[in-house]
Design a protein around this ligand. Structure first.
Ligand SMILES: [Zn+2]
Length: 259
């Protein structure tokens, strides 16, 4: 029997094999296999979400921050909160920062806090300032003001400092899980300004956020020990953009009911 190439190509069994091959490629992936594949990829993103891994640059890192929630349960923030307690860090004899600071933290924090207050009150929100001038307010008093303000959230404004002059970036802190939606939006909006780098959204027990009975966020708006960032922070347009980014996060959380 002759087995030339043309006879093989014409053979009915060969044609049948080709048809099956085409059908196999064209048929959709079985549902269970697709489900397994998608769940394993979402686990991967969850893993890359935690801790400092969140700050990894690249598509996957950015996608992880956007797509995946925290690993803890998030109770709803005070739904429809009507008041924002704005806390300008430091004041009076407490300058904030360290000896290497290239600008005054207490002054820039107050200016940014006042800008935030103006934006929020123009939008009809009630605001309470823990300080509105260069006065020293103990941390316990700041917390007490927030805890005695019904139906409120708390936002503390700071600028950062480091003995490493290269340190730069936005950091956003919260303690109680209920503050996560507001903290995450504030951090995202600050990064969207492209005014500085991502030094991560962090859950830490700083006194002013740890002892709150309301949802609270602490913002570190760049390093005053870094020459570039100190120059930026001394620019009023930088401070206004930061205040706008934070205010927009407040509006978003109110609109979403804290989800
Ligand atoms: Zn500070």
């Amino acid at each position: 029997m002759s087995l030339s190439l043309s006879s093989i190509l014409r053979h009915p069994w060969f044609r049948c094999f080709c048809l099956l091959l085409v059908l196999g490629l064209a048929l959709p992936e079985p549902v269970e296999a697709a489900r397994k594949r998608s769940s394993s990829s979402s686990r991967k993103y969850t893993k890359s979400k935690g801790g400092k891994g969140k700050g990894k640059k690249g598509k996957r890192g950015r996608r992880a921050r956007r797509d995946v929630g925290p690993k803890f349960a998030v109770p709803p923030i005070q739904r429809g909160f009507s008041t924002v307690v704005i806390d300008a860090g430091h004041g009076g004899h407490d300058n904030g920062g360290i000896r290497q600071n290239l600008a005054s933290e207490k002054e820039l924090a107050l200016d940014t806090a006042i800008r935030l207050q103006k934006i929020l009150s123009r939008a009809g929100l009630r605001t309470v300032m823990t300080r509105s001038d260069d006065t020293f307010i103990p941390l316990g008093t700041r917390v007490a003001i927030a805890n005695s303000t019904p139906n409120s959230v708390f936002i503390s404004i700071h600028y950062n400092a480091s003995f490493n002059p290269d340190a730069r970036g936005f950091e956003t802190y919260f303690s109680h899980p209920s503050a996560y939606p507001l903290a995450a939006r504030i951090h995202r909006n600050l990064l969207a300004t492209r005014l500085s780098e991502d030094r991560f959204l962090r859950r830490r027990g700083f006194y002013v956020v740890r002892n709150l009975k309301v949802s609270g966020v602490l913002c570190e708006l760049g390093f005053l020990t870094n020459a570039d960032e100190a120059r930026n922070a001394l620019n009023r347009s930088f401070r206004q953009k930061c205040a706008e980014a934070i205010a927009e996060a407040v509006f978003e959380v109110r609109r979403s009911g804290g989800e």
